[in-house]
Design a binder for this molecule. Structure first.
Ligand code: NAD
Length: 244
């Protein structure tokens, strides 16, 4: 019986690359999107044709408890189980420190941190019943060492994901391994508006002298879901090309 992965925010960027890597390994994939229905459906069609796997496309806001419950229920109804959850959905609101509002803070924490908690809470019920599962949370190097006051709330939300990862690995022990991946800069739609000179400055700080491609993050996520990663639990893996 094929394994099942649920990837939140998987219509583009790292989430889409992750869905593709898991499909290559024969996983059935639950594709979650918030707004971009066309891209989610196109990805589903591509995965079915190219890798002969089954897909389920679900619209859900990860910060909305009812929608998360509905998404998990639909996944269980269709596939009977969830083997792997990748909490990838995230937002970054770029603004100067002076312009940042309480609403910015609340939305960022709601989606990035509370969203990660909510999907983990509901997906873990099935994993615990099956006494097996993997949860991989997408944090950021901004959650480890931060020097960007323009993303003060994002950085706090990503630090909280690391903390949450450890607590969830305790809560779900010994059945579910919960780990986090902390990417550095990645070439995704999230970064497409960055000014050219800022990209050059940041690239100079990276030992590899380039941003990552989404597939390079997705492959680490896939590894954490594999049998070879059975004893990796409650930790965070930086994937940043080396950064000063
Ligand atoms: P992206 O903007 O391309 O993709 C984010 C996805 O999350 C989108 O599909 C979006 O629709 C979805 N999403 C946003 N809010 C949602 C919600 N409330 N409910 C459901 N889905 C929602 O960004 P990306 O770069 O692919 O980012 C993926 C993850 O990686 C994010 O958690 C991000 O913080 C993290 N990350 C990205 C970078 C980077 O440099 N791109 C670096 C470190 C960490």
């Amino acid at each position: 019986m094929s394994k099942v992965v649920l990837v939140t925010g998987s219509s583009k960027g790292i989430g889409k690359a992750t869905a593709i890597e898991f499909a290559k390994k024969g996983y059935n994939v639950v594709i979650n999107y918030l707004t971009d229905e066309n891209s989610a459906n196109e990805l589903a069609e591509y995965l079915q044709k190219e890798y002969k796997i089954e897909t389920l496309v679900v619209k859900a806001d990860v910060s909305n408890e009812k929608q998360v419950q509905n998404m998990v229920n639909q996944a269980i109804e269709k596939f009977g189980k969830i083997d792997v959850l990748v909490n990838n959905a995230g937002i970054a609101i770029d603004k100067e420190f002076e312009d940042r509002t309480v609403e910015d803070w609340k939305r960022t924490l709601e989606v990035n941190t509370i969203g990660t908690f909510l999907v983990s809470k509901y997906a873990s019920e099935n994993m615990l019943k099956n006494k097996s599962g993997r949860i991989i949370n997408i944090s950021s190097t901004n959650g480890i060492n931060t020097f960007y006051p323009t993303s003060i709330d994002y950085d706090a939300s990503k630090a909280a994901i690391i903390n949450l990862t450890n607590n969830l690995s305790i809560q779900f022990a010994p059945y579910i391994n919960v780990n986090a991946v902390a990417p550095g800069w990645v070439n995704t739609p999230m970064n497409q508006e960055l000014p050219k000179d800022f990209i050059e400055e940041e690239t100079a700080r990276i030992h590899k002298k380039r941003f990552a491609e989404p597939e390079e993050i997705a492959k680490v996520i896939l590894f954490l879901a594999s049998d070879d990663a059975e004893y990796i639990n409650g930790t965070v893996i930086k994937v940043d090309g080396g950064m000063m």
